[in-house]
Design a protein around this ligand. Structure first.
Ligand code: ATP
Ligand code: MG
Length: 565
């Protein structure tokens, strides 16, 4: 994988929504080679979808839509040992959530098992396949290496009738797992290892989520994929680069079988993101070994995790559009993804106030027992979002970080003797700092200027700082979950010991206070906690205890990096 990190203008070339895949499709349509464009998104239901899959989903559904065709959702369910109904359900939920609809075009490779089997028999009768009795280990050894040719199997020249008989008995369940396989008879000396008599069928006694125990043999990916494309009338089979070396086998199958249509495979670069692992094997291990709380843990790059974290689907689609589709592998800066999330949320999220690390503040000259309701704008750039009332009283909470006892020069927030604006409320001046026995600041005593209601002084005096606050008696307690990157390295290992790169501080929980209006928001729809970032209510919230996830902070590290480079 190339380690070059894509910069800000990576998507520029595809700004108009064009890329080499769309060029190919356009040319096929213009030349009349293809009338109705059909694509497919083919997940294996052995895990949840992640943001890499989103690239493939947006490409396949996007191309079909732009050319007036359609995109099938096809489950590549050829390995029951690893596939589960939970994953099938999650994949459908996540594709829909991302904004795509396959309509009636839902397929499973298992829908085609009977036809695939028939084609395998056709190949046997044509002398193009054979049943091999070698063990998996022998097959592996005899396959050769990149520099050495493979060796023919001793079973390669088995007579057609014997092959047919054995293959039928494999299907009937007469042999245990691994006893025999069906292999294509292509070329054990091929420079492309995928063509050294690839395995087309293996014995597997396992319960399949859809076909139960009806089948004792299952087709390989290579034998199922192209033929499924052909059955479904797929015209452009778009997959990631690792399948480039499989294309000759894809074509071999299509050319040697009487399939109903002629699909073609094209490869594009998979999405790789800094600080992120997109290998299903690693993601499965993270869940299984309890490194995260589940597939939808907001630290996970899964669509379910991003949804729970509050990332809107339009932000994912925007990101995918920006990065474009290319033929060379690259590593995309996760900052680009964050850019899309901030852009979307800045436009859509309603503003609220929350204090993440509360510090008590008492306004000595504000009458005890007095309560005011002040107007606060729900969105600074969108008047139609309206306003809400926020309660103001003598005892407030502010952010610990918004006070410094001995501030440096450019600190414009609260300090002894300093005056600041409380957002939507009044100017206040800090008169006294109270500490506990340990010397920690526990309370600030302030005065307010009643003439500054709404945030402006009639005498024209200015304050530099505006801070947010809550009325102590009216604020609701909430656990706020702050998520940090799951991995500490920009290019974490996806190998055996990937846990070495796990960030031990990927989750912090704060005992925060929030304004009551936050409960209006739906779970997973983020609001902006002013000056703190975007947050959404988590499904773990109870009437007794709110729980919020930080979707993303406000700080635009991306813009900063851009300015530096
Ligand atoms: P694995 O992690 O084992 O390689 P996979 O992610 O390829 O599995 P599939 O269910 O086979 O899992 O993926 C479905 C489709 O999504 C495939 O066409 C695959 O090419 C595509 N896809 C998977 N990962 C990415 C990625 N990071 N970027 C773009 N497309 C991807
Ligand atoms: Mg795959």
């Amino acid at each position: 994988m190339a380690a070059e990190v894509k910069g800000a203008d990576a998507g520029a070339a595809t700004e108009a929504g064009r890329d080499f895949i769309r060029d190919i499709v356009r040319a096929d349509v213009d030349a009349g080679r293809v009338k109705n464009v059909v694509t497919r998104f083919p997940p294996e239901p052995n895990g949840y979808l992640h943001i890499g899959h989103a690239k493939s989903i947006c490409l396949n559904f996007g191309v079909a839509d732009e050319f007036g065709g359609h995109c099938n959702l096809r489950f590549d369910d050829t390995n029951p040992a690893k596939e589960e109904q939970e994953y099938i359900d999650a994949i459908m939920r996540d594709v829909r959530w991302l904004g795509f609809d396959w309509g009636k075009n839902l397929f499973h490779a298992s829908d085609h098992f009977e036809r695939l089997y028939g084609w395998a028999e056709d190949l046997i009768r044509a002398g193009k396949t054979y049943v091999d009795d070698q063990s998996q280990e022998q097959i592996r050894i005899n396959r050769g290496t990149l520099t050495e040719p493979g060796k023919n199997s001793p079973y390669r020249d088995r007579p057609v009738d014997d092959n047919l008989d054995l293959f039928r008995r494999m299907r009937a369940g007469e042999f245990p797992n691994g006893a025999r396989v069906l292999r294509a008879k292509i070329d054990m000396a091929s420079g492309n290892i995928n063509l050294r008599d690839p395995v087309l069928y293996r014995i597997l006694h396992a319960s399949h989520p859809r076909t139960g125990t009806a089948w004792k043999i299952y087709p390989s990916y290579d034998f199922a994929h192209g033929q499924s494309d052909a059955i479904e009338g797929v015209t452009h089979s778009l997959c990631t680069l690792e399948f480039e070396d499989h294309r000759p086998l894809y074509d071999w199958c299509i050319e040697n079988l009487s399939v109903p249509s002629r699909p073609r495979q094209y490869e594009f670069a998979r999405l790789n993101l800094t600080y992120t692992v997109l290998s299903k094997r690693v993601l499965t291990t993270l869940v299984r070994d309890g490194h995260v709380k589940g597939w939808d843990d907001p630290r996970m790059p899964t669509l379910a995790g991003l949804r729970r974290r509050g990332v809107p689907p339009e932000a994912i689609r925007d990101f995918i559009k920006r990065i474009g589709v290319a033929k060379a592998n690259s590593l995309v800066d996760v900052g680009m993804f964050e850019f899309s999330v901030r852009e979307t949320l800045n436009r859509t999220a309603l503003r609220r106030m929350a204090v993440l690390k509360p510090l008590k503040l008492v306004i000595d000259n504000y009458p005890e027992g007095q309560l005011e309701e002040l107007d606060a704008a729900n969105h600074p750039d969108d008047a139609t979002a309206g306003t809400r009332k926020v309660k103001f009283s003598r005892e407030l909470l502010i952010e610990q970080d918004d006070f410094m006892e001995s501030p440096p020069k450019k600190f414009f927030r609260l300090a002894p003797g300093a005056e600041v604006r409380l957002r939507y409320a009044y100017f206040i001046t800090c008169r006294e700092v109270k500490k506990n026995a340990a010397g920690e600041i526990v309370e600030l005593r302030c005065t307010y200027d009643p003439a500054t209601k709404g945030g402006n002084a009639p005498d024209g005096r200015k304050v530099k700082g505006t801070i947010h606050w809550l009325s102590a008696a009216h604020a609701l307690p909430a656990d706020v979950r702050i998520y940090n990157p799951l991995f500490t390295k920009p290019d974490p290992s996806a190998g055996e010991n990937f846990t070495a790169d796990l960030n031990p501080n990927s989750l912090e929980i704060l005992d925060a206070r929030v304004e009551p209006a936050v409960t209006d928001a739906t779970v997973e729809v983020p609001v902006q906690f002013e000056r703190n970032g975007y947050f959404c209510r988590d499904q773990d919230s109870t009437p007794m205890r709110l729980v919020f996830n930080r979707t993303i902070g406000l700080r635009d590290t991306w813009a900063k990096e851009k300015a530096v480079s």
